[in-house]
Design a protein around this ligand. Structure first.
Ligand code: NI
Length: 257
């Protein structure tokens, strides 16, 4: 049993064949999917996809790339999604200083505001972090204090940042990018993550595994991330699948199976 804890089936990449994609996912052993909203429109679609598919749950979020565009009224709309059925997390939210599509100041303001909402809602966080380690940790500690529950999605960072995230209570999630030929450093990080804190995701349509690079990614490919973790840690694939699924069920409060 596998759980894809982070993908974007609401993107237009899946407009033409979502049904077939979901069928393939189920056939390949994917038990649950968390579809992650990254804008207000995406969040609305995410909630709709969860409503229409029993095995899909929704996370609601506004990506840091959107930070320059967000208005006060958007937060009221956003808070309205908290009450929708099958909403299990807030994200993706965070900071992206790699692409810096929105200004750093606006990114920080948006992130802080959404964390306040998450704190009130008592939902786990799905965090996007690119090259923003220090500001990220400062803002998280400032607002969340000791009440933190969440995942560092598509982990990127060094051993020191990993230790900080683990100490704060975060789960650490890896995508199929751990299969890339040039991902040696990231595979070293995978070795250091305790199994009871590890999650798997595809981040589809992005980051297709090595054998499919350049193509659209799909939830069924989460098995490649599981296979790679099994190889890196020298344990059985089934153990990786079972433990990471248990972790996801615990973090997102999904039905036990
Ligand atoms: Ni994502």
């Amino acid at each position: 049993m596998l759980i894809d804890t982070h993908c974007h089936l609401d993107f237009k990449d899946f407009n033409d064949d979502l049904g077939a994609v979901l069928k393939r996912s189920v056939a390949s052993g994917v038990k649950f999917i968390i579809n992650v909203g990254s804008s207000l429109e995406g969040t609305a679609r995410s909630v709709k996809i969860a409503r229409e598919n029993a095995f899909i749950y929704a996370s609601i979020g506004i990506h840091p790339h959107e930070a320059d565009k967000v208005s006060e009224g958007d937060f009221r709309i956003f808070e309205g999604f908290l009450k929708k059925p099958k909403v299990v997390a807030i994200g993706e939210i965070g900071l992206d200083y790699y692409r810096n599509i929105s200004s750093m100041e606006n990114q920080k303001r948006l992130f802080a505001r959404l964390l306040e909402i998450a704190k009130g809602a008592k939902l786990p966080l799905v965090i996007h972090n690119r090259d923003s380690h220090e500001d990220m940790i400062d803002i998280l500690k400032n607002i969340m204090g000791n009440s933190l529950s969440g995942v560092m999605h598509c982990f990127s960072g060094d051993e020191k940042f990993l230790k900080t995230c683990l100490d704060m209570g975060f789960f650490i999630s890896f995508t199929c990018n751990i299969t890339y030929k040039n991902a040696g450093k990231l595979r070293e990080i995978v070795k250091l993550v305790p199994m009871d804190r590890l999650l798997l995701e595809t981040d589809a349509p992005y980051l297709a595994p090595q054998d499919f690079r350049g193509a659209r990614n799909e939830p069924m490919h989460v098995k490649y991330a599981a296979e790679e973790v099994a190889k890196i840690k020298g344990i059985d694939f089934n153990e990786v699948a079972a433990v990471t699924a248990e972790n996801a069920i615990r973090l997102f409060n999904l039905p036990k199976c």
